[in-house]
Design a protein around this ligand. Structure first.
Ligand code: GSH
Length: 216
């Protein structure tokens, strides 16, 4: 299998966590990729008409997006542990999955605005993101009350990807740790899970690959 990959993408991280959880990571070759919403790349469009990463090449198919890749690795190739078969457990997992993915999307848009020239930044979009964040974290804090007793599933994977991306890109912009103690306690605890510890973000463009070497 081949994965169009970047160590800076929260959606790629979801796929990587699923690959570790299912024990399939050793079968996946990583293809370093740069994806930008403003400059779609031909090599990505050839495998994903949306021009986004991650994309997994497996069984002669190009599989996208991150949710489909996680489903393929876990339910088609693995035991299905990340996608509960009980409808109520699955509904809960999918709601948390949506919450995590939604936060990742919001953060990606926020980063795009922030990296624009000051005069081109949209104050309206930045204000909208700032208004949503407390609501998202209140919902996460409520969900986190059950995290200690739930089997690990795709909802937790998506939330880890989003919170990890927040720490990576916005380490001092949104101080949630003291305000949301249940979520914060779980976040500290989950860092030692092997699939989480093995997939931390780094910026290969800044590190010049040093971080990648340290991890191999
Ligand atoms: N729904 C997609 C979102 C993927 C996504 O937004 N990927 C970003 C990188 S983190 C990307 O490829 N951006 C380029 C673009 O949107 O054209 C998924 O879950 O995989």
């Amino acid at each position: 299998m081949k994965l169009y990959w970047s160590p800076r993408s929260p959606f790629v991280r979801k796929a990587l966590i699923a690959a570790h959880e299912t024990g399939l990571i050793a079968e996946i070759e990583l293809i370093p990729s740069i994806a930008m919403a403003t400059q779609p790349r031909d090599e990505l469009l050839a495998v994903n008409p949306l021009g986004q990463i991650p994309v997994l090449l497996a069984d002669g198919e190009a599989i996208y997006d991150s949710s489909a890749i996680c489903y393929y690795l876990d339910a088609v190739r693995g035991s299905g542990a990340l996608h509960p078969s009980d409808p109520h457990a699955r509904l809960s997992a999918e709601r948390r999955h949506a919450l995590g993915d939604g936060l990742s999307e919001l953060l990606l848009h926020w980063l795009t605005e922030r990296t624009r020239q000051q005069e081109n930044q949209s104050a309206i979009r930045i204000a909208a993101a700032n208004k949503k964040l407390p609501y998202i974290f209140q919902a996460l804090e409520k969900e986190a009350a059950a995290f200690g007793t739930q089997p690990f599933d795709i909802g937790h994977v998506a939330i880890i990807a989003a919170l990890g991306y927040l720490d990576f890109r916005f380490p001092s912009d949104w101080d949630w740790r003291d305000r949301f103690p249940t979520l914060s306690g779980w976040w500290d605890h989950i860092q030692t899970r092997p699939s989480v510890a093995a997939t931390k973000h780094y910026d290969e463009l800044v590190d010049g690959g040093a971080a990648a070497k340290a991890r191999s």
